[in-house]
Design a protein around this ligand. Structure first.
Ligand code: NAD
Length: 278
């Protein structure tokens, strides 16, 4: 595993100073790294989780060590009332929201002939409907508040956590690939609809990142060797790789980036099988 420079604690410019961010699924993996990175860049952060309050409180403590505000909030992103209440509490406690990172996601893998409707529905509910609900509630507040130039050039930023599987079909994971394909069109349509209101909607699409969601893909040397054949850059990604991309995308450094997917995948979407054939 690649160790980030300076253990991931290198100093970063405060490109989100004064902004308020919410990250869903922020007590594990990519969401955890992203919540910490946003805090390190100067943002106050709401750490959403659905189970695992201890892990969420650890993330909160690390973010507070940067001198910004943070708290943990339990909510299931697939439940409308819980998402509405989560954003309402954030507006009450932090005054508003500037950055919504719709990251929470899960897999329920099965061959299509074995896949239950419950497995299909659960993945769509969390990965796609959850992002819709989070984006909708954030957009309402962005529009209500409008642009505050001292804080950001934009009225608000939504970052959808997608996947390379928004464009790469994935046998045995039709629910997951369909949910991420849906995230691509959700993101682009919201970007088109909300850009005139000064809101930027974009996506980050990770390739293979070492997190609990995909342990079996990299936890033995054989599995990792197999995986690396799909990655031209020949390393499995770290959550920090994604966290850094989200942080910059959410900042004014990327203010003219609207409706784009930033693939952070070591080249996985470059059809690596064609490097030697075709
Ligand atoms: P992870 O399992 O470590 O984290 C997922 C987080 O989402 C957890 O905190 C989990 O509790 C939370 N979550 C699940 N259901 C929820 C719900 N209903 N409400 C609120 N939170 C919920 O996995 P990860 O790899 O960090 O995944 C984060 C995102 O990145 C997901 O959207 C995933 O699809 C995406 N992604 C991951 C990879 C990868 O290789 N790890 C690649 C592409 C995309």
């Amino acid at each position: 595993m690649t160790t980030p420079v300076d253990g991931g604690r290198r100093s970063v410019p405060p490109i989100l100073r004064g902004q308020r961010a919410l990250v869903t699924g922020a007590n594990s993996g990519i969401g955890r790294a992203t919540a910490i990175a946003l805090g390190r860049a100067g943002a106050d952060v709401v750490v959403n989780y659905v189970f695992g309050s201890d892990a969420a409180e650890e993330v909160v403590a690390e973010i507070r060590s940067f001198g910004v505000r943070a708290y943990a909030h339990e909510a299931d992103v697939s439940q409308e009332d819980q998402v509405v209440a989560m954003v309402a509490r954030m507006v009450a406690e932090f005054g508003t929201i500037d950055v919504m990172v719709a990251n929470a996601g899960l897999q329920r893998d099965a061959a299509v002939t074995e896949m239950t409707l419950a497995q299909w529905q659960k993945v769509l509910d969390v990965n796609l409907t959850g992002q819709f609900l989070c984006a909708r509630e954030a957009a309402k507040e962005f529009i209500r508040r409008g642009v505050v130039p001292e804080v950001s050039r934009s009225a608000g930023k939504i970052v959808c956590m997608s996947s390379v599987h928004q464009i790469i079909p994935w046998a045995g994971h039709v629910n997951y690939a369909s949910s991420k394909g849906g995230v691509l069109m959700l993101m682009q349509t919201l970007a088109q609809e909300l850009a005139p209101r000064g809101i930027r909607v974009n996506a980050v699409a990770p390739g293979a990142i070492r997190t609990p969601i995909n342990t079996s893909a990299w936890d033995t040397p054989e599995a990792e060797a197999d995986l690396l054949r799909l990655i031209p850059y020949r390393r499995v990604g770290d959550p920090q790789d994604i966290a850094d991309a989200v942080t910059v995308l959410a900042s004014d450094l990327m203010d003219y980036v609207v409706g784009t997917t930033l693939y952070v995948d070591g080249g996985m979407t470059l059809f690596p099988g064609f490097a030697t054939g075709g």
